[in-house]
Design a protein around this ligand. Structure first.
Ligand code: SF4
Length: 362
């Protein structure tokens, strides 16, 4: 079946709202046509710089403006990252995703260190992904040259609902960064979060935005909100497992070749619920007891679940060959001292302001 890039919200809603068994059957059938149903990619997410972020994402405990008891840390060293990557490899991960709580990448010493981390992990024969905020085309090229395999930049929600969650940058800024990554040979990882108070139409709207990208993202993480005290979304109710399965299945149907990643919120799901997500087309998870700052199942528990379900971890570079890492001294790209341009939409979000106000009183 050819990949479609012209999905409409109405079509996606129709899929999402199908009788559950039909939805599951259709998604599982498409999944089998494009992927080995018994293989699941295991990634390890490392928070290489935690907390102190200037943005106001309503779900995020790393935003400096909310009072969340989060212990921040400065950028990790290359050696620390290497040690953690080796540990992740030993426990079955084929990919390391490094996350830094930055609004955007800034050329300079810290970015040079991140480039060195990318080279180091790629040379361990693991796929390397980064999530560092907005970046320019030159910065994307420098990451590609260092051997980056994937760049994560989530759309989070529909364009309409995005304005209810984040006020410090616009939806189009997200698309611009994804576009900059697409100018290189780095693959794109972009998805979102459900359970932030959005409607089903918003969920479909997010999938329209992702599925109509050409090419579609190679990886789409579907997160269930993990409400954290002190953040504006702290009081949100847990997402029903049925919504997660419907979202995974719909993502699989509209993006057949993508790796659909079951991301945050797995600790709130039973093994049976996760098994249904795998059946519906999820074929990637994050391993490790923490997902940046929120809890995640222990890797041994995951391996027990894999055993019970007869699942095998995906080998690195199964979908695309390993990039070469060019050493810093041979780089073709210069440090241009750039910062990406972005918009400040200028609207206010009452619940974000309220959470910020409480934090000041605290
Ligand atoms: S999600 Fe990222 S950009 Fe938003 S506040 Fe958290 S660390 Fe900052």
């Amino acid at each position: 079946m050819a990949i479609r890039h012209d999905w409409t919200k109405e079509e996606i809603l129709e899929i999402y709202n199908k009788p559950f068994m039909e939805l599951l059957y259709e998604a599982a059938t498409i999944h089998r046509e494009h992927h080995d149903p018994n293989t699941v990619q295991v990634s390890t997410l490392l928070s290489i710089k935690t907390g102190g972020c200037p943005e106001d994402c309503g779900y995020c405990p790393q935003a400096a403006r909310y009072h969340t008891d989060l212990e921040g840390n400065d950028l990790m060293s290359v050696n620390q990252v290497k040690a953690q990557a080796l540990r992740a490899k030993e426990s079955g991960s084929s990919r390391v995703c490094m996350g830094a709580a930055w609004r955007n990448v800034k050329d300079g010493e810290e970015f040079d260190n991140v480039l060195e981390m990318v080279r180091t992990i790629n040379k361990l024969d693991m796929e390397v992904c980064c999530t560092l905020g907005m970046l320019t085309e030159n910065q994307a090229q420098r990451l590609a040259e260092a051997g980056l395999y994937a760049y994560n930049h989530n759309l989070d929600s529909s364009e309409e609902y995005y304005k209810e969650v984040i006020s410090t940058r616009g939806f189009e800024d997200r698309l611009k960064t994804i576009d900059n990554v697409r100018k290189t040979n780095v693959t794109v990882c972009s998805g979102g979060i459900i359970g932030m108070g959005e409607t089903v139409e918003d969920r479909a709207g997010m999938l329209v935005a992702l599925a109509t990208l050409s090419p579609q993202p190679e990886s789409v993480p579907i997160n269930a909100l993990v409400p954290v005290e002190g953040t504006p979304l702290a009081e949100q109710e847990q997402v029903p497992i049925w919504d997660m399965i419907r979202m995974v299945a719909t993502t699989r149907i509209v993006m057949p070749e993508t790796q659909v990643r079951l991301s945050a919120g797995r600790t709130q799901m039973s093994r049976e619920g996760q098994a249904m997500c795998f059946f519906a087309g999820a074929n990637s998870i994050f391993a490790g007891d923490k997902l940046l700052t929120t809890p995640n199942p222990d890797v041994n528990e995951d391996m027990q679940m894999f055993k019970a379900l007869g699942l095998n971890p995906q080998k690195p570079f199964t979908k695309k060959s390993q990039p070469e890492s060019v050493d810093a001294e041979n780089s073709k790209f210069q440090n241009l001292g750039e910062k990406p341009k972005w918009s400040r939409p200028g609207h206010t979000i009452e619940r974000n302001l309220a959470a910020q106000g409480k934090s000041k009183k605290a």
